[in-house]
Ligand binder design. Structure first.
Ligand code: AHR
Length: 821
């Protein structure tokens, strides 16, 4: 039995009003073709233009920035994986195909100074070109689609624009007479006569002719509130009751070169006048989803706007470029302009632009984040400058920094912390904010998600829910939180997991979404005291021993439970066998953030043996010790479920990859031994270092006796440490109240159901509601089973000052009790 005590009389602090919000970044093609439901892929014909200053490989499969960072390109289609999996046939102009028509990109005489290319087409008699959209276009009988193009011709051309199935079935058509002119604007509303999810937009010239297209667009007429965004996706976002929306990124704010950073001026005005640019997630954005559209979305969601701007550094994880002083001044001015656009009165210069774009009243811009995931001295200098300038002009806005800038003595209001880790990490981090300085800055957990261990599953959602209980318990410090990333088109994944998956046909949410839904809906006004006596669970252990550490480590006589074992999985580098001795050799790190790849080239990670399911056993090995060469033994290495895959977006993620195999590491360095845990390069110490006698210049015997609870470590026959496996609470709870209700949130990470005795200090009605998320912990949702794991609301009875609640195994529970007055 598990006991929870709630003292409504002991008010702790007001609930942070904006605690739960959203973070949207254009990633996984979630902007154009996603939330911004443009149906034409490469509507501006610029996708095959590489970003400025990069060097494109001969076969155009990738490009390299001046600082040496490489990204897949595939002549503008994105990653090789997308091309392969989506079976995209080659076309020099992504998205566009021709029959009896020759297409050519023209970079001169484009539609306007912001457009870098136009599409010149020589139609033969009856020739056509067509666009296949984002893996086809969806047509629904009776639905209307808004078509727009800018086109010109040197002689009049009859052009038929139609929506057609891949088999030629026509759903809608409109005939245009393209005038003899540079560019004219042509528009039509097309009403589909049939249903299709793989339709195309076809341009046919029955008599042939030469047409130059400057820009095209096709969008569903039916959008959320008529504001241009995809209805089902906005509805899903709205159901989370978000209190803020952080936009537009994420790493895309930073860019991978100075030209690819997000800039406010590029994201306002008529869509065809907004420059496009390449995103680090392997495609271009046409910036149709721009500053105004984000602000309008915030308003439609009832959320405050949080704008993130580039403060003068490109992505520090991707070999950064620094903007110079003058450029930083320009970035600051642009941000001041953006703020003015959002909140200055309609009769001011920028407010007028907003009003002209259809919104007279100021928007609710509330938060400004200075950079994304920036750090170090370059950031501190830029932060200080930006903060001073913005705060002076707009003192009422709340400013967010990327690191603990207060530690450097800088004025700091809120600090943004990001976490991508395992379910157990998040469960353990439930108490992370208990010890934060109450007089320090507020905390924004701006990005977090389970990306390793069991991503996308209910179990992942449970780990995150435990963490969120910890956030709620600390709302005097933690003011804001958001999951990341938000949306993904499964055909164009550059980051998993994501909260919502969508394609042309529909969308579904991962289990985590439903945690956000029920946590976001039942907030309470005041956090009250609560205690629980949850037992603790050990971090799960399972898997193979490994030889890690520096390249060049030699070993022999490796054995598991007395049986000889050999290398079975080369996760980093490899090992070669000669004269009875294995030696580790280097290899290119795959599946890690590029920032860490450099550090890892000198390391190796070779798993031994076959018993992947082992949770206990004895590992023995003889390692050759040399002064200065680090010896590391991996303990409990299990293959991961591939999630975020970093360096090679063009290859399938591997289950035995550096990103996903999380070993315990027994490290012997400089005569000291300790155990670390976590992803390579981001480990934390779980045992205090102890001195150890190794004999340099000879083989030494290492022995690890492993169980689910502890690791007994010996060197040369002498036991040196008994290391406890880390633990996390099996369950956690938090309580809040309003004048009418007591709300108790309880998360059960354990698989077993549990009777919970709840003791209250106030009278409540016997009837109450339990909003519950439960199921198979490894269960996931999918397009086929979109709601396999989702919340249910049950009416229950029996609540009183002391009552029992039957808590399902692997569950998130939000109990809403009515106070008796
Ligand atoms: O959420 C995906 C990425 O993770 C964001 O762009 C970045 O801020 C973080 O590294």
């Amino acid at each position: 039995m598990y006991n929870i005590t709630v003292q409504t009389e002991e008010k702790k602090f007001p609930a942070a009003p904006d605690l739960y919000g959203l973070f949207f970044e254009d990633i996984n093609r979630s902007g154009d073709g996603g939330l911004f439901p443009e149906m034409i892929r490469n509507r501006s014909f610029e996708d095959s233009l590489p970003p400025k200053r990069v060097t494109v490989s001969r076969d155009r499969s990738f490009f390299q920035t001046p600082e040496g960072f490489t990204l897949p390109f595939c002549h503008g289609e994105g990653t090789a994986n997308w091309v392969r999996k989506n079976q995209i046939p080659y076309t020099p102009i992504p998205g566009w195909y021709g029959e009896a028509a020759v297409m050519k990109l023209e970079c001169e005489n484009t539609l306007n100074s912001k457009r870098e290319a136009a599409l010149l087409v020589e139609f033969s008699e009856g020739g056509s070109i067509y666009n296949t959209g984002y893996m086809g276009m969806k047509q629904v009988a009776g639905e209307k689609y808004d078509f727009l193009m800018f086109a010109g011709a040197d002689r009049p051309v009859r052009l038929i624009v139609s929506l057609s199935g891949a088999d030629g079935t026509e759903y809608a058509r409109k005939e245009f007479a393209i005038r003899e002119n540079a560019y004219c604007r042509y528009e039509a509303t097309l009403t589909a006569s049939g249903d299709d999810t793989g339709a195309r937009l076809v341009f046919t010239a029955p008599e042939g002719g030469r047409v130059k297209f400057g820009f095209t667009s096709l969008k569903p007429a039916d959008t959320y509130n008529g504001h241009g965004l995809r209805r089902d996706l906005v509805e899903k976002l709205k159901a989370l009751n978000p209190q803020f929306l952080r936009f537009p990124g994420g790493c895309i704010v930073e860019g991978f070169t100075r030209e690819t950073a997000m800039r406010f001026p590029n994201t306002i005005g008529p869509e065809w006048e907004r420059p496009s640019h390449g995103l680090m997630w392997h495609y271009r954005t046409t910036n149709g989803l721009g500053f105004h559209e984000y602000l309008q979305l915030c308003e439609d969601l009832g959320a405050k706007a949080m704008y993130v701007f580039n403060c003068g550094i490109t992505c520090q994880g991707r070999f950064p470029e620094l903007f110079c002083e003058d450029e930083v001044d320009t970035l600051i001015q642009e941000t001041l302009d953006a703020i003015a656009y959002a909140i200055d009165p309609a009769d001011s210069p920028w407010g007028r632009k907003r009003a002209e774009a259809g919104h007279e009243a100021p928007f609710d811009l509330h938060y400004i984040e200075i950079g994304n995931e920036n750090f170090g001295p370059d950031y501190l200098a830029r932060y200080q400058k930006c903060y001073a300038a913005l705060k002076e002009k707009y003192p009422n806005l709340i400013y967010i920094s990327n690191t603990h800038t207060e530690a450097a003595g800088l004025p700091t209001e809120i600090v943004d912390e990001h976490f991508y880790d395992t379910p157990e990490f998040f469960a353990e981090a439930c108490s992370r904010y208990d010890s934060y300085d109450r007089s320090g800055p507020g905390i924004f957990v701006g990005e977090f998600a389970v990306t390793a261990g069991a991503p996308e599953s209910l179990y992942a959602a449970l780990g995150e829910a435990m963490f969120m209980v910890g956030l709620e318990r600390n709302q005097d410090v933690v003011k804001l939180a958001s999951y990341a990333p938000l949306l993904a088109n499964p055909h164009y994944v550059s980051w998993t997991p994501d909260l919502i998956f969508f394609d042309n046909n529909g969308s579904y949410c991962i289990p985590s979404y439903y945690v956000w839904k029920i946590f976001g809906r039942f907030r309470g006004d005041t956090v009250v005291a609560s205690q629980d006596d949850s037992p603790r669970l050990f971090f799960p252990v399972r898997g193979l021993p490994a030889v890690m550490g520096d390249v060049g480590v030699k070993w022999r006589e490796a054995a598991w439970n007395g049986y000889s074992i050999q290398p079975s999985h080369a996760i980093l580098g490899a090992a070669e066998f000669r004269d009875g001795v294995w030696t580790t050799i280097p290899g290119e790190p795959v599946g890690v953030h590029p920032y860490r790849a450099g550090q890892l080239r000198a390391k190796t990670f070779v798993a031994l043996g076959e018993d992947e399911l082992a949770t206990e056993g004895v590992f023995e090995i003889e390692l050759f010790a040399e002064e200065g060469r680090e010896l590391v033994l991996g303990l409990f290495c299990k293959k991961g479920e591939p999630a975020v895959h970093w360096t090679n977006h063009s290859a399938d993620p591997q289950p035995w990859s550096l990103a996903d195999v999380l070993p315990f590491q027994w490290v012997i360095r400089d005569g000291k031994s300790c155990v670390m845990y976590g992803r390579l390069g981001r480990e934390r110490m779980i045992s205090q270092p102890v001195c150890v006698d190794v004999n340099y210049g000879s083989f030494n015997q290492f022995r690890a006796e492993l169980s689910a609870r502890n690791m007994l470590l010996s060197v040369n026959g002498k036991q040196i440490a008994d290391v406890l496996v880390p633990q996390y609470p099996a369950a956690a709870c938090v309580a809040s109240e309003t004048g009418e209700e007591v709300i108790i949130k309880i998360v059960n990470m354990a698989a077993g159901a549990e009777e919970v005795q709840i003791t209250l200090d106030c009278d409540v009605e016997p009837e109450y509601t339990a909003h519950i998320l439960t199921g198979d912990p490894i269960g996931k949702n999918s397009f086929r089973q979109p709601e396999r794991i989702r919340d249910v609301s049950l009416q229950k009875t029996g609540a009183s000052r002391r009552f029992m609640y039957a808590m399902p195994g692997s569950s998130v529970n939000v109990l809403v009790l009515k106070k008796k007055h």
